[in-house]
Design a protein around this ligand. Structure first.
Ligand SMILES: NC(=O)c1ccc[n+]([C@@H]2O[C@H](COP(=O)([O-])OP(=O)(O)OC[C@H]3O[C@@H](n4cnc5c(N)ncnc54)[C@H](O)[C@@H]3O)[C@@H](O)[C@H]2O)c1
Length: 251
């Protein structure tokens, strides 16, 4: 039985995670932390980690990158595994995650869907195969409430593409004005926001007279919530260290 604490439990993703944890026979929904207090599926929602009376086995964070220090503070103090699912981390945040992973098991991914992780692999392979002859551009689309841009997933895909190319690439975020001809070393990343779009990612390899497009479309946020529960079960009891979707899918 994995005792789960949900950070950001009253948000869109937090509610779904709480619902799945509550229904899962291998999990116990201990409660949650959010800016407001309350109750969900019979579990309390606290205003601060300091108020949580019992030690959780795993904390799943779907709050905000701005809450990272609190999440890591709780996880390291209690030697509790952490699933970091929020996006928009800074370089300092990434260093803090690295430090925390020396003390407890930390699972981090900008995208908890199996499909996106396959897409990442395909993008790396396509970039290696097509090489510099093809220009790489990424277009991501999300709902109008998303706070960070571009999406963490678009960045993850851009990094995979750059890795695959094996050449120096730099990221260009949108284009405007007289930007001049496209440089070979660019990977363009474009963010579209509107309505209730769950998450669309398209990676274009544009060559001379031909285009290869690899894409993924999330149809429901449930795919991320069930991925988070799977990640929590996966890292529960694992030694301190950094884990991601590749470990989960391979293990
Ligand atoms: N990794 C993935 O697969 C994946 C999938 C979907 C969303 N996300 C990310 O998850 C995060 C949440 O997404 P959402 O759509 O549920 O957002 P949301 O705004 O609906 O929910 C966020 C919740 O966190 C709470 N919160 C914010 N700051 C807090 C703080 N400092 N302390 C405690 N609670 C705090 C808010 O009150 C809210 O209830 C975003 O960063 C989003 O990009 C990741």
């Amino acid at each position: 039985m994995v005792k789960i604490l949900v950070s950001g439990m009253l948000g869109h993703m937090g509610r779904l995670v709480a619902e799945l944890a509550d229904a899962d026979k291998e999990c116990e929904l201990l409660g949650g932390v959010d800016l407001r207090t309350g109750e969900l599926f019979g579990a309390p929602v606290y205003a601060s980690f300091a108020d949580v009376p019992e030690r959780a086995d795993a904390v799943i964070d779907f709050s905000s990158a701005a809450n990272l220090a609190n999440v890591l503070g709780y996880a390291t103090k209690n030697r509790c595994a952490a699933v970091l699912a929020a996006t928009g981390y800074t370089e300092d945040d990434l260093r803090a995650i690295e430090e925390a992973s020396k003390q407890t098991a930390v699972f981090k991914t900008a995208n908890l869907s199996v499909g996106i992780n396959l897409l990442q692999k395909l993008v790396r392979e396509a970039a290696a195969f097509l090489g510099d002859a093809f220009d790489i551009e990424i277009v991501e689309k999300h709902h109008n409430l998303k706070k960070d841009a571009p999406s963490g997933t678009a960045l993850m895909l851009a990094e995979s593409a750059a890795e695959g190319c094996g050449a120096d690439k730099h990221f260009i975020y949108g284009r405007e004005g007289m930007v001049g001809a496209r440089d070979k070393s660019e990977i363009g990343i474009h963010a579209v926001r509107g309505g209730t779009i769950v998450g669309e990612h398209e990676v274009l390899f544009a060559g001379e007279d031909e285009i290869v497009t690899l894409s993924h479309s999330a149809r429901s946020k449930k795919v991320f919530a069930s991925g988070a529960i799977a990640a929590a079960k996966f890292i529960f009891g694992k030694p301190a260290g950094k884990y991601d979707m590749r470990d989960l899918l391979n293990g």
